[in-house]
Design a protein around this ligand. Structure first.
Ligand SMILES: [Zn+2]
Length: 280
């Protein structure tokens, strides 16, 4: 590589650094400007309802950037030290915005503790910043829920896209189910969640008379014996008013009967002739 190329590569890097610095200065100046606009509520003179809307509508910034600017503007008003951190590149808008959201969600944190938290996110990546805030958080799940909101979006007439933040341990459990279900053709998280939903509902759905939970309740209420004759042999869950006659799967419509009492009940309701087709 000749000297001329090296010089031009160096000057490109220098140029990028200078531009990044200019960008930070511009951000800093914009925050100062927005502080005054906010203080005097100048945007409402222009018929705009909030500083955020002013950023989006008048300044043509995208929503995420507008949100970050509003958060940083209001934080810098309370903690002026943030301005220097922004201009020196020790911190950035995104992290300040995260810290601001964190403070909003944890109003009981004292001022000196807040200053310590602002210091602690200096020179941190976005990920590191989130991790630090989690450590500081009184309520981790609350912070996560508000910062990374669970989102469900329609992507087609039959499909939606779900965004959730999961604990490492939860992912491990889901992965374990996924691996154990591979022989059922379950290779994706989508299929795994569908499978988990089916298995769980079978167990816990109280409107499902086959659910293990409701069966256990009926068994317990009957003390594990036929509710007609007291037999403990061949017990089955029976519908007092049969489903075919409009009976429900409610706990109150279920009872524990032995096989012969169950058949005798069925004959009473449906008649011996009808039941002879089923009973042998
Ligand atoms: Zn019986």
């Amino acid at each position: 590589m000749n000297n001329e190329n090296l010089t031009s590569e160096h000057s490109l890097i220098n140029k990028a650094e200078t531009l990044a610095k200019t960008l930070r200065e511009a951000e800093y100046n914009l925050i100062e400007c927005l502080q005054q606009i906010d203080q005097k509520r100048l945007y409402s003179n222009a018929g705009i309802k909030s500083l955020y809307n002013f950023c989006v509508e008048r300044l043509k910034m995208d929503e995420a950037r507008s949100y970050n600017f509003v958060k940083a503007t209001r934080m810098a008003k309370v903690y002026p030290a943030i301005n220097n951190k922004l201009i020196s590149g020790k911190t950035n808008l995104g992290n300040i915005s995260k810290v601001a959201t964190f403070f909003d969600n944890n109003p009981t944190i004292k001022k000196d503790e807040r200053e310590r938290i602002i210091e602690s996110v200096e020179n941190k990546t976005s990920k590191e910043c989130t991790a630090l805030l989690l450590l500081n958080g009184k309520s981790e799940s609350d912070f996560l829920r508000k910062t990374f909101q669970e989102i469900i979006r329609t992507v087609s007439s039959e499909h939606k896209r779900l965004s959730v933040t999961l604990h490492d341990e939860t992912i491990k459990r889901v992965d374990r189910i996924k691996n154990l279900s591979a022989h059922r053709g379950i290779f994706s998280y989508e299929k795994t969640i569908d499978f988990m939903a089916h298995v769980t509902l079978k167990k816990i759905d109280p409107t499902n008379s086959n659910s293990i939970a409701i069966k256990q309740r009926v068994w317990k209420r009957a003390n594990g014996a036929c509710e007609k004759c007291g037999s403990e042999f061949g017990l089955e869950i029976d519908h007092v008013v049969p489903l075919a006659k409009g009976g429900s799967n409610d706990f109150s419509n279920l009872r524990l009967l032995c096989k012969s009492c169950n058949q005798a009940e069925a004959i009473k309701v449906f008649g011996a002739e009808h039941m002879s087709k089923f009973l042998k």
